[in-house]
Design a protein around this ligand. Structure first.
Ligand SMILES: C[S@@+](CC[C@H](N)C(=O)[O-])C[C@H]1O[C@@H](n2cnc3c(N)ncnc32)[C@H](O)[C@@H]1O
Length: 445
């Protein structure tokens, strides 16, 4: 194995990633700052170009890199050459640091001997994935109220082997932001199974903590821009998606309904219009105007013989799930908005920006429509998948808890009234509140 790979010496050269991390860290001149795996100083450079803290300590295991850091940052940083996870010099920083920033090694190669030492020091942790040890170690170095900003793989958020780390974070910290993005944003990296994330946390517990999950980034230049999608979820849901295990034996939406995406024309400019005309039929595309109802039609799709032949045969088009077009069902926009909004759909084609939900028992449609628009479903959806997309596979996993027939009819009736839009705004609010209270009770939120 090349020496660089053994140490996981991938340096943070992306100015967007560095810019965002430094902004989140928010270093003040009076701060004592620590970087646990400083490499050749790319992150330190970015911090110092924003502000000169009262003390800046860099730690690095590789002697050559440490020497380089010493000469590069002479007078501005002190450099520890040693193993951040084990060094007694670092032990002395416990509880004394205001801000920690880093790109720790993700799975640095270790001898069997070193692994055993790490197991003794971090008995509950998964020592093969070094980044989780760096998170744990560095949190102990922070003062109460101190801040840590790291770029790490996103696996600690969901893999079972990182459960201890999640419990550790939950007991000691408030995770304020998580930015989720593909590993290819990081120059030189491409994980097959996981993405990367920037985590911004503050040391100290707060039971009410809501975490901002930022996702939906297409390019690295989108990081920290307003085009991102942000959802706020309780920290407990972020760290313990196991909440869903309470409902482990319940049927899921995928058992109760066909959950499918719609057509892709392959050339929307040619086939989709904003006005009706001969040969065009209404199309559900994106979100409705409000929850429950799609509102007035805004799109029409060409639906003559030639167009249909194109949808069926063109390489870029997908005439998928065609038996569901025009049927009565529920639409959900593929891209999440602040609050999930499901709408009643009938006599329309729907495209791939919509997930179509077609209950196997049609008399359950309005009850499911109410559930999908409830706060409880919103919370469950964001727990199953905190990223920006409502893809079919995630929605299929929503637990559908049984309730009495009476309640199912009552809630279904409310949804029918809401989708028909023949009520005042205040009546609408009170029906929505009743629906939310009902599902909160049912799901014990
Ligand atoms: C992923 S690089 C990051 C470097 C730098 N922070 C950056 O982003 O440009 C990880 C660095 O951690 C160092 N490293 C690996 N294990 C370490 C340990 N146990 N203690 C301190 N540094 C370590 C490696 O030598 C390497 O320079």
């Amino acid at each position: 194995m090349p020496k660089l790979d053994r140490r996981c010496a991938y340096y943070t050269e992306s100015k967007e990633i560095l810019g965002l991390m430094v902004r989140l860290l928010d270093v003040k001149p009076e701060d004592r700052v620590f970087e646990p795996s400083a490499g050749e100083g790319a992150i330190a450079d970015a911090v110092l170009s924003a502000v000169l803290p009262s003390e800046f300590i860099l730690s690095e295991i590789d002697a050559r890199s440490a020497a380089l850091l010493s000469s590069k940052f002479q007078g501005r940083c002190s450099v520890f050459c040693g193993d951040t996870l084990l060094s007694s010099q670092v032990d002395e920083l416990k509880g004394k640091i205001d801000k920690i920033i880093g790109n720790p090694p993700y799975g640095a190669w270790q001898t069997q001997e070193k692994r055993q030492i790490l197991r003794n020091k971090f008995p509950d942790s998964y020592v093969k994935e070094s980044y989780s040890l760096f998170i744990e170690r560095c949190i102990t170095l922070l003062k109460p109220g101190g801040r840590l900003v790291f770029i790490v793989p996103d696996t600690f958020l969901y893999l079972n082997r990182h459960r201890h780390l999640r419990e550790f974070l939950f007991a000691r910290c408030c995770i304020e932001d998580v930015y989720l993005f593909p590993s290819k944003f990081f120059p030189g990296l491409k994980f097959v199974y996981s993405g990367l994330c920037i985590i911004n946390l503050k040391k100290g517990r707060n039971n009410e903590m809501l975490c901002r999950v930022h996702s939906g980034f297409k390019e690295v230049t989108d990081l920290g821009c307003s085009s991102e999608s942000v959802s706020q979820i309780p920290q407990s849901d972020l760290l313990f998606p196991e909440v869903l295990r309470f409902y482990a034996n319940a049927p899921v939406l995928g058992d109760e309904a066909s959950v499918v995406t719609g057509i892709c024309t392959g050339d929307n400019k040619r086939f989709i219009f904003s006005e009706p005309d001969e040969g065009r039929v209404p199309l559900a595309k994106g979100a409705g105007s409000k929850a429950y109802s799609y509102g007035i039609d805004r799109f029409w799709i060409l639906w003559d013989e030639e167009a249909i032949h194109h949808y069926k045969t063109d390489k870029k088009a997908r005439f998928q799930n065609r038996t569901f077009y025009f049927r009565e069902g529920i639409g959900m926009p593929m891209v999440k908005s602040k609050k999930v909004r499901a709408f009643y759909m009938k006599d329309k084609v729907f495209d791939q920006s919509v997930v179509g939900i077609f209950p196997h028992q049609s008399d359950r449609l309005d009850y499911l429509l109410a559930f999908l628009n409830s706060d409880a479903a919103d919370r469950l959806i964001r727990t199953i998948n905190p990223t920006a997309n409502n893809s079919c596979n995630y929605l299929k996993r929503l637990p559908i808890l049984p309730c009495s027939e009476n309640n199912e009819h009552r809630i279904g009736d409310f949804a029918r009234i809401l989708r028909q839009e023949k009520i005042s705004a205040s009546e609408r609010l009170s029906l929505e509140a009743e629906i939310n209270a009902f599902f909160n009770r049912l799901y014990r939120f």
